[in-house]
Design a protein around this ligand. Sequence first.
Ligand SMILES: NC(=O)c1ccc[n+]([C@@H]2O[C@H](COP(=O)([O-])OP(=O)(O)OC[C@H]3O[C@@H](n4cnc5c(N)ncnc54)[C@H](OP(=O)(O)O)[C@@H]3O)[C@@H](O)[C@H]2O)c1
Length: 318
Amino acid sequence: MIMYTQVDSNDARFRSDASGVGPKQTSSSSVAPLPTLKLNDGNEMPMVAYGLGMAFSQADTEHIVNSALRGIRGGFNHLDAAEAYGNEKGLGIAIRNSGVPRSQLYITTKVWTVATTVKAAFEASLERLGVDYVDLYLVGWPQIADTPDRLQQIWAEVEAIKQSGKAKSIGVSNFLQDHLQTILKTAKIKPAVNQIEYHPYLQHGNLIDFHRQNGIATAAYSPLTAITKARPGPVDGIFASLARKYGVSDAEIALRWAIDQDIAVVTTSTSEERLYSLRRKLPSFKLTSSEIAEITELGKRKHFRGFFNDIFAPEDRR
Ligand SMILES: NC(=O)c1ccc[n+]([C@@H]2O[C@H](COP(=O)([O-])OP(=O)(O)OC[C@H]3O[C@@H](n4cnc5c(N)ncnc54)[C@H](OP(=O)(O)O)[C@@H]3O)[C@@H](O)[C@H]2O)c1
């Protein structure tokens, strides 16, 4: 079962109030820890992951090293990489240069294609990262397999990687309910996480409920879409008024809307100033349940998908 873990004393002071009375912000100058989410395998995942960007040349790799160092030094210990984004090598260099012990970092990476075996793809990821285990290994998209049988077979190979201890947790990304049902039919180990595009304008019908019923944590990538790619939109007004109420930015409201539903976020910024603000303000307030519900309802008035528009029809909200 997914549990929200209270990891800091500041958090414990906040109580959501369904009447709409907001929690007061802390006046403490110390930086509270970011929340973690307990996964169905008992491991804890930091709920705010830092995305690294893409790298397809040596120059790009230097860019990734700088990006990863910005994230780590900014106080984000969960780093989200992917074989397909070419950013594992740069992340590995940054980890070694950061001075932060490996054990204090949480590394996610993903497999996108399988040339021979998942094991071979995974070992190549470990080598690029220069680490001997990852915290979370994800099947990057269901299109990795061309048949349901093949998807089940790939999941069995991913299970073997967890059993080897080299991936502490395993999960999937961009899976719809029918893809999850396919692997659940034969799974010995349930996916711990499904990382999906998720924001007020892409709430995926019943998928989040299905995750909850099956103990699968949701991780939201592109959680800032409503304030970046999809403006103007119906949540603009409430984001602005809640940002004023809590003394934070719209981005922090967008992230808190996910986190306060027990949904982890995968976000990024090239701005040290924004990361500094995010790291400090995100754990300092919570949205009330009525504020969450209002954003949810307003968000349903618009549909926007930033990724995989070649796969989904324009009005497909799954
Ligand atoms: N599994 C998958 O298939 C998949 C697909 C896509 C992405 N991802 C992962 O998700 C990560 C994040 O994706 P994303 O970039 O789409 O996420 P996002 O968090 O929705 O957007 C990040 C963008 O928002 C901007 N931003 C950050 N803070 C802001 C603020 N306070 N006000 C206004 N704009 C702000 C940043 O620009 P500045 O740099 O100017 O701050 C950045 O361009 C990726 O890096 C990747 O790791 C996974």
